[in-house]
Ligand binder design. Structure first.
Ligand code: NAD
Ligand code: UDP
Ligand code: UDP
Length: 315
């Protein structure tokens, strides 16, 4: 049994990770400032004697005694990471320095939740880990993309300079239960709009693509990476390589909800990547990992979650 720190543990992915680690008999320390995370996501864990919640901002130093760190703290939805962009960069960069400093003092392994956004608006398709990316340095998404790129740099320099054990994963668009109804990302937006009978907001012409991974597959990949042989440090893509346009996603959501919502076309946000799809050969080879849940299957689960949330009015 280990004592494991999960930063961002009250968020969408972090709360599922806490569940997984606790179910294996570990102790979990969840550090989160509740910017986009919610007590509701971890409410079922608060009575668990192996679970501890710390309301903490990772831009400040943290002194705890743990055996392993998963660093997930950072808003992930464009709406939220652009709300206070300076804080977003600080969270990625200063947060990484603090968590790496903690890992260095304790001589423990640390995993970074990086992102497919390090590839920016990619000119190579699908994206392998060797692709260096096409990221705007100055645009409205840069606070997130460049923050995450700098965090990866810090992870690799702590590894080279201080011999720290690191694991870096590049997460592609992931969806599932416990996303906030106002999260702002496309899957939650479309489902909530369809269930309420509101217009489905398509940005641009809807022909841009994304590849959507279900949360259970993502957590399996993250856990597999953390526990992989020490000579494998990544970066490694974790995502579902089946690619959809936003129009196809909207059609699937309308069909599965039986909604009569209409499509409403709005301007495409600046620097919005036109295509994204992971090459997952490395994850297959090094982790024996590949996604199991197909989009429609995952959408059914996610629709049923949002349906309950909206009926309870409890968000
Ligand atoms: P989320 O917004 O639900 O979770 C992020 C969590 O971090 C929240 O609980 C938030 O309160 C917390 N947080 C933010 N700033 C903090 C700070 N300064 N100090 C402490 N806590 C802070 O998003 P998510 O989808 O669960 O994303 C989790 C991680 O995975 C993020 O690092 C994100 O960049 C990465 N990621 C997610 C996706 C995805 O599609 N879900 C894709 C790529 C990368
Ligand atoms: N740190 C922390 N917890 C620890 C050890 C370090 O939060 O247990 C933070 C501290 O703020 C420090 C940062 O991690 O500034 C980087 O630590 P490192 O040892 O790499 O560098 P330092 O700045 O201490 O020389
Ligand atoms: N998008 C959309 N309608 C929405 C929200 C998003 O058409 O209500 C589009 C957005 O422009 C982007 C894609 O869906 O092209 C994925 O957006 P999201 O914010 O989920 O993630 P990211 O752009 O970070 O991949």
């Amino acid at each position: 049994m280990k004592r494991i720190l999960v930063t961002g543990g009250a968020g969408f992915l972090g709360s599922h990770l806490c569940d997984r680690l606790l179910s294996e008999g570990n102790e979990v320390v969840c550090a989160d400032n509740l910017f986009t995370g919610r007590r509701k996501n971890i409410h079922h864990l608060l009575d668990n004697k192996n679970f501890e919640f710390l309301r903490h901002d990772v831009t400040l130093p943290l002194y705890v005694e743990v055996d392993e760190i998963y660093n997930l703290a950072c808003p992930a939805s464009p709406v939220h990471y652009q709300f206070d962009p300076v804080q977003t960069t600080k969270t990625s960069v200063i947060g990484a320095i603090n968590m790496l400093g903690l890992a260095k003092r304790l001589k423990i392994k640390i995993l970074q939740a990086s992102t497919s956004e390090v590839y920016g608006d990619p000119e190579i398709h699908p994206q392998p880990e060797s692709y260096k990316g096409s990221v705007s340095v100055t645009g409205p998404r840069a606070c997130y993309d460049e923050g995450k790129r700098c965090a990866e740099t810090l992870f690799f320099d702590y590894h080279r300079q201080h011999k720290l054990q690191i694991k870096v994963m590049r997460i592609f668009n992931t969806y599932g239960p416990r996303m906030h109804p106002s999260d702002g990302r496309v899957v939650s937006n479309f489902i909530v709009q369809a269930l309420k009978g509101d217009d489905i907001t398509i940005f641009g012409d809807g022909k841009q693509t994304r590849s959507f991974g279900y949360v259970s597959d993502l957590i399996a990949g993250m856990h597999g990476l953390m526990n992989s042989p020490s000579d494998f440090i990544g970066p490694v893509n974790i995502g579902n390589p089946v690619e959809f346009t936003m129009l196809e996603l909207a059609e699937a959501v309308l069909e599965l909800t039986g909604s009569k919502s209409k499509l409403k076309f709005l301007p495409l946000p600046q620097d919005d990547p036109m295509q994204r799809k992971p090459n997952i050969d490395l994850a297959r080879e090094k982790l024996g990992w590949e996604p199991k849940v197909q989009l429609r299957e995952g959408l059914v689960e996610t629709i049923s979650y949002f349906d309950q949330v909206l009926r309870e009015g409890s968000y």
